[in-house]
Design a binder for this molecule. Sequence first.
Ligand code: NDP
Length: 299
Amino acid sequence: MARIVDGRERAARVRMLVAERVARLRARTGVTPTLAVVLVGDDPASRVYVRTKTRMAAEVGIEGRLLELPADVAEAELRARIEALSEDEAVHGILVQLPLPAHIDPERVLFAIDPAKDVDGFHPLNVGRLWTARDPVSDDLLVPCTPRGCLTLIEDVLGREGIRGRRALVLGRSAIVGKPMAALLLARDATVTVAHSRTRDLAERCREAEILVVAVGRPRFVPGDWIREGAVVIDVGINRIEGPEGRPRLVGDVDFAAARARAMAITPVPGGVGPMTVAMLLHNTWIAARRQLEGDGAP
Ligand code: NDP
């Protein structure tokens, strides 16, 4: 029976470390690290995420600034507002909550963010750094938060050295999760396969994986018999389904109960990857603030 990887507890430890680092940075510079969160429209899920992010920021001593814009805001106006934040010296991190309304091109919006303030790590310059850096998990790079959190959980189970040479399968190839996850596992010397909706023999590919990261967005998409005995399973999916008595319930992309019987370690949903994502966002905000206030190679 697999060990359940407690993302809540691990995320709390990351936040504690960030709080200490933020306090030291403030003591050295007299400046409070500040994160600007841009919310376009009033999607209820996005609103919940944004509230969680700003509340958690406050708890570690980061000032959160919320910029709310109406759903029909023109793309040029949104870009202008982001450019103003990019130029504002009092703002160290900028996050644009996704998804954006259909009339806005997210890529053009991302380009308006100063790469030094891109705490989501989605700007093409930071994506390039992720793939080319010798150690992308150093404290100097802005790496996408969800895969960074997944890597931390995998390292907790296997140790950094324990990832070396292992067969890893990343199921899903989004720019937010799958692709950066592959880059991080590759940087840790895993042998990485990225699977997607056109992959043939998906079950077989999964069964080969010693590390399996699933980010598909379909409830319980991966059945238990796709799991290799002794695998480390990281379930990124967050799916809302109807539970007993019609109550909404969150489940992952993996059939948790069946997978648990075969895996060595597995993340639950909720309480696995989700809390790590927010913790890593705060960590990235500290990185961005420290680099802007103290330059490269700062303590
Ligand atoms: P996307 O929809 O952007 O990507 C989904 C990926 O899954 C695509 O690469 C797609 O393939 C692949 N896929 C879809 N259907 C199949 C299939 N039948 N067989 C094989 N592959 C398939 O999703 P995201 O990466 O943004 O998110 C994935 C999940 O993770 C969602 O549930 C999301 O809510 C969750 N998530 C959780 C976070 C957290 O903090 N815990 C953060 C971010 C996301 P193709 O490219 O070929 O279309």
